[in-house]
Design a protein. Structure first.
Length: 289
């Protein structure tokens, strides 16, 4: 797991943060899964590389992860470390395929006409990761799958709101065109980072959608699986707090620095999640305020 751990440590992401609450075996398994997700996402996002070359690289990742799922020796070190995890937890090759399809969308799709189109993207790049993760976490009630889908969509919509400026600098607008039109926000304003009350209304509509998904996730998680989902619940808490911080700032996302949660706040959320896990509480830490 040396390669996967190195990638996970280097990323310093909120997802990697949540692994701290897992036992060593599951922590290593999640590190391998995360490393795969990070690698294919980085391929899609490396704009210094021509699109067709990135497409070919993703094709190579698709073929190699199929080898890992089929029991053949993978070529890539990350997939070699992931293969025992795939076998142990019976991870679905179809989900890996769908995840790569989501990454491929970033090669060609720079606008999303409606919320429905955007949520297909969110499902592929986030909910699918959740569906793979819950197999590693372990669950008893099939309703946990609906929980993973809802939470993944909530987290990705929160990411989209935080990253509006960074995405615009790369020519990407994930905010639905239907919402931009409804609020009278031309794409040119997003691309040049123009903040306005009209933009705030668009952001609020996306935040409301995200809040709805957080609420659905909180209600979908079966009580008997809540302890097993401690890492996912920490992720929900972290991103819920990030969404609230974005709302409190009136979505001032065109600033040079991203809106983030500070390290003390994240550490406190980890402590809270650990306490909730030990106390066996069933009250969700997000989607309720």
């Amino acid at each position: 797991m040396q390669t996967s751990r190195r990638i996970t440590r280097k990323s310093a992401s909120n997802l990697a943060l949540a692994f701290a609450l897992l036992p060593p075996e599951k922590r290593n398994a999640m590190s391998a899964l995360y490393a795969f997700c990070r690698e294919v996402d980085d391929v899609a996002d490396e704009e210094a590389v021509p699109v067709e070359q990135r497409r070919e690289q993703l094709r190579a990742w698709r073929e190699d992860i199929r080898r890992a799922c089929d029991g053949a020796p993978p070529r890539f070190p990350v997939n070699r470390e992931l293969q025992p995890v795939i076998q142990r937890y019976r991870l679905s090759g179809e989900l890996f395929e769908e995840l790569i399809q989501g990454c491929e969308m970033d090669l060609d799709t720079f606008r999303y006409p409606t919320f429905d189109a955007l949520e297909q993207y969110c499902h592929r790049v986030a909910s699918v990761v959740g569906l793979l993760s819950i197999e590693i976490f372990g669950y008893r009630n099939p309703a946990c799958r609906a929980y993973a889908i809802e939470l993944g969509r909530a987290l990705q919509l929160t990411n989209i709101l935080r990253d509006v400026n960074n995405d615009a600098q790369r020519g990407r607008i994930y905010l639905p065109q239907s919402e931009l039109a409804r609020c009278g926000v031309p794409e040119s304003e997003i691309l040049r980072g123009a903040y306005s009350d009209r933009f705030v209304e668009v952001a609020r509509s996306v935040a409301r959608r995200a809040r709805a998904h957080y609420g659905h996730a909180a209600r979908q998680l079966p009580d008997e699986d809540r302890r097993a989902m401690v890492a996912a619940e920490l992720m929900g808490s972290v991103y819920w707090n990030l969404l609230r911080k974005l709302e409190a700032s009136a979505f001032q996302v065109f600033q040079p620095r991203l809106i983030r949660l500070g390290k003390p706040r994240k550490l406190w959320l980890i402590v809270q999640a650990g306490w909730r896990h030990a106390a066996r509480t069933t009250r969700p830490a997000y989607g309720t305020a």
